[in-house]
Design a protein around this ligand. Structure first.
Ligand SMILES: [Zn+2]
Length: 345
């Protein structure tokens, strides 16, 4: 049984190749974060080494070892995870030494299974040297060795490497598909499954990572509440929040991009409500407030501000001054009308 949810085109292609013994020596799995690239890679490694009649069975000793990352012939390399200590700098590139190591292993026959499988997670982070080194191995493939490169964007990889791999693209799933599988396979109750499915942007892995981490959902709610707060607030409140974001940006850039993504989604939801498409909103748990807010902004205001959020994100990625970018964004944010008091004049 393939553990990957959806992705039927890719799975049937792999299954056919397995049956016909026509596997590629290298695959490039392309898709957004949490869409299931690693699950697919491990599944393929299982299928190549499975002892059952219909691989991958997920149950034989080999399949079990692979899923618990304890199989001697399966090696995963990538960037070391960031943030386990304040002193350790997160690794920025996959270096040539890591590739030399797997090259050495690739030259040896499989130790306990039928195939050696090398999974390179975050292949877009290969240094130039590392990519060139890998290219040599890909150009002279050994038998019983399969490379699986995972990337969010194959345009960031050298064309020479890409051309040596068979490309497998994983597409985000439909929200209804995620909602259904969360309920049937993971036993999530229907309301939470619906919310997680919408928030996941089609990436099941994200929803699964949140199931056991209520802090993440809590953080999202707090960030949204803050957005609602400053949209009614004055310029001092907005600039104070901009300063807070600048401070966060200095410590972890990703967190500010997460906030901007959340904002873009909120304003996109407002747009959807405004044009009568409330059933496709992401923030389903804020549906009432969205329809209330939609009355207070014009389509033009909403569209303009979505553009401003987009621009701010791009400028931050291009290393513009974060303080300037975020303050301009605060100025661009349309102001929600205060609740009109009954006593006029
Ligand atoms: Zn098996």
């Amino acid at each position: 049984m393939w553990q990957v949810v959806g992705q039927t085109r890719v799975i049937s292609l792999l299954q056919r190749s397995l049956q016909e013994g026509a596997l590629a020596h290298a695959y490039l799995v392309v898709g957004p974060h949490h869409v299931g690239k690693m699950t697919l890679a491990l599944n393929l490694a299982q299928a190549l080494n499975c002892e059952a009649a219909e691989p991958p069975c997920s149950e034989c000793a080999s399949c079990q070892k692979i899923i618990s990352v304890g199989h001697a012939d399966i090696q995963i390399i990538g960037l070391t995870t960031e943030g386990n200590s304040n002193t350790a700098k997160p690794q920025a590139e996959i270096g040539i030494e890591q590739i030399r190591q797997i090259q050495h292993s690739a030259s040896l026959p499989p130790f306990e299974g039928s195939y050696r499988v090398f999974i390179i997670d975050g292949a877009e982070c290969l240094s130039n040297e590392a990519a060139n080194c890998l290219l040599k191995t890909l150009e002279e493939p050994a038998g019983n060795v399969v490379f699986i490169l995972l990337t969010i964007n194959d345009k960031l990889l050298p064309a020479t490497v890409v051309s040596r791999c068979q490309r497998l693209e994983l597409l985000p799933l439909a929200a209804t598909e995620i909602e259904a599988v969360l309920q049937s396979r993971w036993g999530i109750e229907s309301e939470k499954a619906k919310l997680l499915a919408r928030l996941s942007r089609g990436c099941l892995g994200w929803a699964l990572s949140v199931i056991h981490d209520d802090d993440l959902l809590q953080q999202r709610t707090e960030r949204l509440e803050k957005l609602l707060d400053i949209t009614t607030g004055d310029i001092e409140e907005r600039f104070a929040y901009a300063a807070h974001l600048v401070d966060q940006f200095g410590r972890r850039r990703g967190s500010v991009h997460e906030v901007l993504d959340l904002w873009r989604e909120w304003w996109r939801d407002l747009l959807l409500v405004k044009v009568g498409n409330s059933n496709t909103i992401t923030n389903v748990d804020f549906a009432d407030r969205l329809s209330d807010w939609a009355r207070d902004f014009s389509l033009l205001q909403i569209r303009d501000f979505i553009d401003s959020i987009q621009t701010a994100g791009e400028q931050l990625r291009q290393n513009a001054n974060p303080r300037l970018v975020l303050e301009v964004l605060m100025l661009d944010m349309p102001r929600k009308k205060e609740i009109v008091s009954i006593a006029h004049g």
